[in-house]
Design a protein. Sequence first.
Length: 116
Amino acid sequence: MYAFLVVILILDAIILVIAVLLQAGQGGGLATMGGGAGTDTIMGGRQATTLLTKVTWWTAGIFLFLALVLTFMSQQGTQVRSVLEGQGQQPAPVQPTPLPIETQPTPPPAPPPNRP
């Protein structure tokens, strides 16, 4: 299911890119906001809705929805779980290990006899 939705997302992204690139430029934009632009140009004005505009809005909406669904699907497998979760039996107690027996330090070896 996840792979299928990823494929649909990629196809939708390709269609969205094509629809955006085929649209004619609106002109103006941020460049007209600086000097004496009327309120119609600030808000963008009313323009005819074309097929490309509708395709762009629909594909953008589908893209955002699929991205959100895929995000939630991918997070379910990586949720943080408790270490204690799912342990049906208690672990066996650890046997205390005996301390090593202390021994008396060994005296240093005797020096070799002097030879004249």
